[in-house]
Design a protein around this ligand. Sequence first.
Ligand SMILES: [Fe+2]
Length: 346
Amino acid sequence: MQALGTLEDLPETYRKALTAQNLVPLWPSLRAVLPPGKPTLRTRPTCWEYKALRPLLLEAGELTPIEKAERRVLVLANPGHGLEKMQASACMYLGMQLLMPNEWAPSHKHTPNAVRMIVEGEGAYTTVDGEKCPMSRGDLILTPTGLWHEHGHDGNAPVVWLDVLDLPLVYYTETSYVTEGKAQAVTGTMNERAYAHGGVLPAPMFSRGSDRRYPMLRYPWVDARAALVAQAQAHPEAEAVQVAYVNPETGGDCQNILGFSALMLRPGESLRLPVRSPAMVFHLIEGGASVDIDGTTFSLAPADTCCAPGYTPVTLKNLSASEPSFIFIADETPLHRKLGVYEVRA
Ligand SMILES: [Fe+2]
């Protein structure tokens, strides 16, 4: 590939004249913004061990009252992007959030989409658009763009969850903002039970199904896990045992920008993932697994989280020869498909 001229090749008076008119020559930066064959990846393989971060999160509970935090979160930041950017990948934000008994994180709504993967504790709930969603380990709760949400806790031990947001992308597009609100009236609970049986949907004769854009807001782990175990039993030959979290009315992605799935590694299984354009996040729900990201290997214990850049080979391995392992996956696939940049390379 032809070497291009640099800034230093240009006379200083010319460079100053350009700057004075807010002009920039493209050719000195062309190879940086359009590198040959593969994008420049700032996202670095990074792992956040839950055992190591948990004491710091609990200490935040002592140092900062909820009224002074609104959302008490330690952000899992990728050093490849700079910690101050608070992003795990180009488009994903991850945070570990702590709610102590009797605390309340007030109602708000915002443009970025969020999901929560519950990590530990019982008795907390998120109210989304009037629907009270109980939070138990492994449950996935959606708070899509524009929906009111608040968190409460009637239990007696700390509750922690992993937040996954498309905040970096929404912030980048200069569309990120929040609206504060009053405590919501609860108008429903356990709505997801209406969608709990595969192949049948609510379909009263006088309506064409739910008019809600996000009909299912809580995906109980007990159901996702049962679906994975059933799939493993029904298809022992399957290359991978995986379920996607979808909108049950459309079968499409459950949110617009990020995609979510759960994967079961059978005892002793090693799974080489296709090399694809989206960055990925892996959070271990149950068992023990290693994640090899192009030669960088992380060992995940339950509640550990790691991320991998796109365009990179990833191999997952169950570290147990007798028990399955279960991994929650978040990635940027819906966004890449919508933008037309989605790629599978091998
Ligand atoms: Fe929020």
